[in-house]
Design a protein around this ligand. Structure first.
Ligand code: FAD
Length: 415
């Protein structure tokens, strides 16, 4: 990952006591100063001691703060609170020129906006000051199944249209996924053994089902009203009748849900395997074409897809265009994540399918943006960044002119 570059042992910062410190001010309310090497699970554990927690998450918490802020940091909370990069007040960054700079929207703003979503190109994030909210105690966690794609997207889009921070009628989390026989190992665990049978019959009948997954958080203050609030939010949805499943779990268990799957896969020797992933942002106006061309024609026909396939919408106005992260130019766009896991012998098949998906989009004028982008040529990177390319290049020249940082992204360092 770092030919002719540098590898930094971020965990050595732990010795410098760069953990998580919870603070409060009149202007920001609660916030945390967090070491760039910290895992989000550590941040969660420390902030919960103070009854507060970050508002925007990733699905998996054993990722570093510096690592996710270099991409965006997305999950089911993004529609409401924006990605993790939208919840940062300030950072300490060691640039490629060796300068140690504090940056924020007011102080060294070029560095601040470049680094957020900047794929590690400009500096090493050693500290981030992140927004916190009151931590809920528990979560109503619901999944609903759809056989009709249009019903599925109409409902998802309606659910994310309530996104005010203080709105009672807003959900706290909205995601979605594809359910097929082929990838059933990745999605059945949520459902009780007794529900699985009728669920599998429905999958057999339709081949492909769409699942909306939502959550409403609550605490002692709202525990008597949360059920009613959720009922009102979900009352007009068009999921398959009788195919709505609800759980009530602790907040920490909800946030750390992928860990349970990880430990299971580790026990089976299926965690440390190749992951030929493809993550895309797809404009809302073309998501139906994407469904037909990609899910129905490529994915179902090839029938190799293992692992989760995520699909959920987000609101463009929760992102900050000054940051390096790139998203489609529409008010609402979907993230589609093919989280494939493969064997050591057959990963090329998945790579080929990923290429086919990208080619389909290109040939049909679907202007997708890759999340966690992977390109080889400068032309492709220029297209990816679009109007942000010039700023991205200028920031590179200013903050890492010797091109030492993250050459493995192959943006400026080509073979
Ligand atoms: C199992 C799994 C689940 C995931 N789920 C999600 C998800 O739900 N949502 C989501 O948004 N993403 C998700 N990701 C992707 C994740 O955001 C990126 O892989 C991110 O880079 C992970 O951070 P890391 O700590 O593992 O980074 P590393 O693998 O250590 O680093 C990756 C790159 O990030 C940059 N980087 C890392 N740390 C710093 C730093 N301190 N300063 C500057 N640059 C840095 C560098 O370019 C580095 O090469 C997931 C990844 C995995 C493996």
């Amino acid at each position: 990952m770092a030919p002719d570059g540098v590898v930094v042992d971020m965990m050595s910062l732990e010795n410098k006591r760069r953990g998580t410190t919870v603070l409060w001010s009149w202007s920001l309310g609660h916030y945390a100063d967090v070491g760039g090497q910290q895992l989000w699970i550590d941040v969660l554990e420390e902030t919960l001691k103070h009854g507060v927690a970050p508002v925007s998450w990733t699905d998996y918490l054993y990722l570093t703060v510096g690592g996710t802020l270099s991409n965006a940091g997305i999950s089911g909370e993004t529609f409401r609170y924006g990605p993790q990069i939208s919840n940062v007040y300030e950072m300490d960054v060691i640039t490629g020129t060796g300068d140690f700079l504090t940056c924020s929207p007011d102080k060294n703003p070029e560095l601040f906006y470049s680094v957020l979503g900047g794929l590690g190109q400009f500096g090493i994030i050693t500290r981030a000051r992140i927004a916190l909210g009151q931590a809920p105690k528990r979560v109503k966690w619901v999944r609903m199944l759809y056989s009709d794609f249009s019903d599925f997207t109409i409902d998802q889009e309606s659910l994310i249209s309530h996104h005010g921070r203080d709105q009672d009628e807003a959900l706290d989390y909205v995601e979605g996924s594809l359910l097929m026989h082929r990838n059933s190992d990745s999605w059945t665990s949520f459902f009780s053994l007794s529900d699985r049978q009728r669920l599998m019959s429905l999958v057999t009948e339709h081949e492909l089902l769409y699942c909306i997954e939502v959550a409403k958080f609550y605490d002692g203050r709202t525990q008597t009203t949360v059920d009613k609030a959720l009922e009102i939010i979900l009352k007009d949805l068009s999921h398959v009748p009788e195919f709505m499943f609800e759980k009530d779990v602790a907040y920490v268990d909800f946030l750390n849900r992928v860990r349970v799957e990880e430990l299971k896969l580790r026990r089976q020797g299926l965690w440390n395997v190749p992951h030929p992933w493809l993550n895309l942002f797809v404009p809302k106006s073309r998501i139906a074409d994407f469904n037909t061309g990609v899910f129905n024609n490529i994915v179902l026909k090839k029938n190799i897809t293992t692992g989760l396939v995520l699909i959920y919408p987000m609101n463009n106005d929760k992102w900050d265009d000054r940051m390096s992260a790139v998203i489609p130019d529409e008010d609402v766009f979907y993230t589609v994540g093919f989280l494939h896991s493969s064997g050591f012998e057959d990963w090329q098949e998945f790579d080929l399918q990923n290429k086919e998906v990208l080619l389909f989009c290109e040939n049909n004028g679907i202007k997708v943006k890759q999340y966690l982008p992977n390109y080889n040529t400068e032309r492709e990177w220029m297209e990816h960044f679009g109007s942000k390319w010039r700023t991205f290049q200028e920031s590179k020249a200013q903050f890492d002119p010797k091109m030492l940082l993250s050459p493995g992204q192959r943006i400026f360092n080509h073979n």
